[in-house]
Design a protein around this ligand. Sequence first.
Ligand code: KIV
Ligand code: ZN
Length: 508
Amino acid sequence: MSRNIVIFDTTLRDGEQAPGCSMNLQEKLEVAKRLEKLGVDVMEAGFPVSSPGDLESVRAIAGIIRDCTVAGLARSLEKDIDAVREALAGAASPRVHIFLATSPVHMEYKLKMSPEQVFEQAAAAVKYAKKFCGDVEFSAEDAFRSDPGFVCRVFGAAIEAGALTVNFPDTVGYAMPAEFGERIKYVKEHTPHMEKARLSVHCHNDLGLAVANSIAAVENGADQVECTINGIGERAGNASLEELVMAMRVRKDYFSADTRIDSAQIYAASRLVSQVTGVKVQPNKAIVGDNAFAHEAGIHQHGVMEKRETYEIMTPESIGIPKNRMVLGKHSGRHALEERLKELGLAVDAETLELVFAEFKDLADKKKLVSDRDLEALVMGTAAAVPETWKLDHWAVNTGSALGASGAIRLRHKNGDSRKVISMGDGPVDSIFRAINQIIGREPELELYEIGAITGGSSSQGETMVKIGWEDRHWNGRGVSTDVLESSIKAYLSAINAMEWELASRKK
Ligand code: KIV
Ligand code: ZN
């Protein structure tokens, strides 16, 4: 009989802590709902002690997720575990995930603790968490570079203290697949009381081997894999959920293991994470890249037309890429839009549908055909948007090769005030962003400004991603318009609104 492998998704924690992947609360809630629909067994929602914002987002996620376990991360410290307890108070199925490093380099230089102190603190932390939460996971950070016998001892103590899962991370992505598989076999066989707990793995991708190592672990007895959508995560990322799941699904003949993931939800989850983080999926990425099902060479196209299996080992539909590539236009009605959104896995509630429909009509007036990517952008801009402190009224830019650029903009504050400013700048975008800064009375640092086209062709909408920083916090913004300057303004304002919203909620 096939074993069930537990999928522990850490997109909202390890993924979100990666450079350029931060998400605001609305975005995290959208991702959490999508992960629940995908069927992950556990979602790690954040690291509550790391900031008040993180605690609040874990609390908000725990409040809405009902069909899967919600985990919060803690160091082996009572104050961290208390923060997880507070954040997960409303969870249907809470898990405390405690970690402590066991490798010589981490113990000596980072923790400044002896192995015996680590051993005792790990067991004490699990015992403390067990007082209020039945489901405790213990991770031996940097386990792969640790003494295997020592990890088994620490795992044994954690299990004795009540841990139901012990997790073996390759924190720095150093292992080779066969070697990692051997190590997992060893740990499974030598950890005291292993029969009372699940063995999990958490692999990083520094040498591009995170998925291969996780698979080797499954073959050698691991019961849980930790992974993220699109493989986002610290440095080179974590094992990619979609690759792990589809490897086990497509090669059922090889594995006697599967997951309870609804693979038809994979594509929508991947698109959502890419949209809200602004981190694009590389075109040749396995499973979800734009080229994953594209056949360019004539000989391949011919083969696929004759018999799909000649060059395809899975169907696009099996991961939720809609078969019918119908595009909508200005004569399409609300019903056609609603149906298409459903097919794309982007179903929205009635109120959001009204907003998206209005934007869709505007766009269809400017552009003959509205593609799936355009729809995705409209839905993300609406469903994951934060309340607007500042709304765009109108703007104008004067620029040319002989003159400098000047930008004029009028914004409306949520309290009804309108403010207009004209500013000079180094180019049209700079002039308009400076004018916005003058209106809002802050000068956040522009850490990223990226502009691209949603689809090909000159009638494509421009899509702008920005990232701003203020007092050690960072916010993403995205904007879409048929005019690239307007998409830049929208992106900047959406980041400003995310910042204003968070700063205002902090004051409360
Ligand atoms: O990579 C790692 O070791 C981690 C732990 C906190 C599980 O992310
Ligand atoms: Zn990690």
